[in-house]
Design a protein around this ligand. Structure first.
Ligand code: NAG
Length: 231
């Protein structure tokens, strides 16, 4: 029976490989699919991480831009506000009234990032220091030519500044402990023994006895110019 034989052999041949090849074929298919899924998963994770990094950097960039823009806007607001105040002062030099955009309290003048109070009370230097402290401020500190010019233009009276020294052998220091910047000004006049406090007069600082009675200038950090008052 060749047919039978052939059939049998054929059957056997086709059965044997069929039996053994069903498993490898499907398992390699599974393997392929698993691999494909794995690749997909890894791809997605990589994609998500990349997206995350992109979002974070973009957010940071936007934040930085925001900070820059609002910084510029605040500076602009300050400039416009202080120009308006200057105009007002030109019109009414005697008035202590300020533009509504000023962040400073009544009787305080807005310049740079500070509010300046020119008070006409006679105090010793210590008394002046306390007077300012009671108003959440300190005696004026002059750290730039601009501030010096500003103060000079606004008062010609003798007024205490926040500059003093422990004794004749010590350096002159501002109230925060910083020393006088020599390229802005040097102390004028002769500092005699026991003249350990400095007053401001016509753009210069002079040493004096701390027990003398003078008017004073207080200073405190200003808030931001009131932008809504500029519109
Ligand atoms: C402060 O003292 C000066 C000099 O003694 C005097 O001329 C002035 O009137 C005094 N000012 C006040 C407000 O008391």
């Amino acid at each position: 029976m060749q047919d039978e034989d052939g059939y049998i052999t054929l059957n056997l041949k086709s059965r044997k490989p069929a039996l053994t090849s069903v498993d490898p074929a499907s398992s390699s298919l599974w393997r392929m699919m698993t691999l494909a899924l794995l690749v997909l998963c890894v791809g997605m994770v990589v994609g998500l991480v990349a997206l995350g990094i992109l979002t974070v950097t973009q957010q940071r960039y936007l934040q930085d831009e925001n900070v820059k823009v609002s910084g510029t806007l605040w500076q602009l607001a300050r400039k416009v506000c202080q120009d308006l105040i200057k105009e007002l002062e030109k019109k009414e030099p005697k008035s202590t009234r300020s533009h509504k955009c000023s962040p400073c309290d009544k009787n305080w003048r807005y310049y740079g990032d500070s509010c300046y109070g020119f008070f006409k009370h006679n105090f010793t230097w210590k008394g002046a220091q306390k007077y300012c402290a009671d108003k959440d401020s300190s005696l004026v500190k002059i750290t730039s030519k601009n501030v010096l010019e500003y103060l000079k233009d606004r008062t010609s009276l003798i007024r205490w500044a926040g500059l003093s020294r422990q004794n004749s052998n010590e350096d002159w220091e501002w109230e925060d402990g910083s020393v006088v910047s020599k390229n802005i000004f040097e102390l004028s006049g002769n500092a005699r023994e026991n003249m350990n406090c400095a007053y401001f007069h016509n753009g210069k600082l002079y040493p004096a006895f701390c027990e003398n009675d003078y008017y004073l200038i207080c200073e405190k950090k200003s808030g931001m110019a009131k932008v809504d008052e500029l519109l």
